[in-house]
Design a protein around this ligand. Structure first.
Ligand SMILES: Nc1ncnc2c1ncn2[C@@H]1O[C@H](COP(=O)(O)OP(=O)(O)O)[C@@H](O)[C@H]1O
Ligand SMILES: [Mg+2]
Length: 227
């Protein structure tokens, strides 16, 4: 096994996925879990590009868990709008159905996937379409969570061939989350409250799932370390 603190390049990580994905006939699904602000979306996009470059074709695509945020109107009706982002504010059944479709639909037939728009603050259906891509990079906070009230997160694991956990130090998270809220048009005051009262609590919950991952990665600028 690899020692702690081993540096690993994006290309090596892509080669690892490519090798495993090539060994199977259907789609290969890699889960990328981690706390909010860890850099999952950024990493998943970079890994997709590295896989496509390695294969010389579009073989990978990202399927974000964030696409299954409940809409603002649904959250408002449920009195949960201020808790947006917590584990029970997602359409978990929809996410599971999406993963099942990706697994069961033959390559070449379209499967569409929603993406969360950070400017409109709403999920947008059909933002990505999988066709011939045989590698799915599904990334999000709660991939390794136990069930949470009515939210059946534990069922996600059966759709994942392998799961990686992306981690960063706590203070880096707070800083990044503050900036992300403000970039999305929120005030500094809103951002500080949301980070302290919601995001960092979600991060704590996610941290409890770290041990379940097959691989723990730290992103350090453009480099990655195995933890
Ligand atoms: N490796 C990295 N080094 C420095 N900043 C990063 C890195 N990865 C992501 N970021 C920044 O951190 C913020 C959160 O990244 P994002 O990918 O949206 O996180 P997540 O999807 O885990 O919530 C973004 O502003 C992004 O530009
Ligand atoms: Mg993200």
């Amino acid at each position: 096994m690899v020692r702690n603190d081993t540096e690993i390049s994006l290309e090596t990580l892509a080669a690892r996925v490519w090798e495993r994905a090539s060994a199977r006939s259907g789609r290969f699904v890699l889960g990328i879990a981690g706390p909010p602000g860890a850099g999952k979306s950024t990493f998943a996009a970079a890994l997709r590009d590295a896989l496509d470059a390695l294969a010389g074709a579009a073989v990978a695509e990202v399927a974000p868990m964030d696409g299954f945020h409940l809409s603002n109107i649904e959250l408002r009706l449920a009195g949960a709008l201020t808790r947006k982002g917590e584990p029970d504010t997602f359409d978990v059944a929809g996410y599971l159905a999406g993963l099942r479709r990706l697994r069961e639909t033959p390559l070449g037939q379209p499967v569409s996937w929603p993406i969360y728009d950070r400017e409109r603050h709403e999920p947008v259906p059909g933002s990505v379409v999988f066709e011939r891509q045989s590698i799915v990079l599904t990334e999000g906070n709660y991939l390794l969570l136990d069930d949470f009230g009515p939210s059946t997160w534990s069922a996600v694991r059966e759709f994942l061939d392998e799961t990686w956990y992306l981690d960063v130090p706590h203070e880096v998270l707070a800083e990044r989350l503050l900036h992300r809220h403000m970039r999305g048009g929120k005030s500094a005051r809103y951002a500080e409250t949301k980070v302290a009262q919601s995001d960092l609590m979600n991060a704590e919950l996610v941290a409890g799932t770290r041990e379940r991952a097959d691989l723990v990665l730290y992103a350090d600028g453009p480099n990655y370390r195995i933890g």
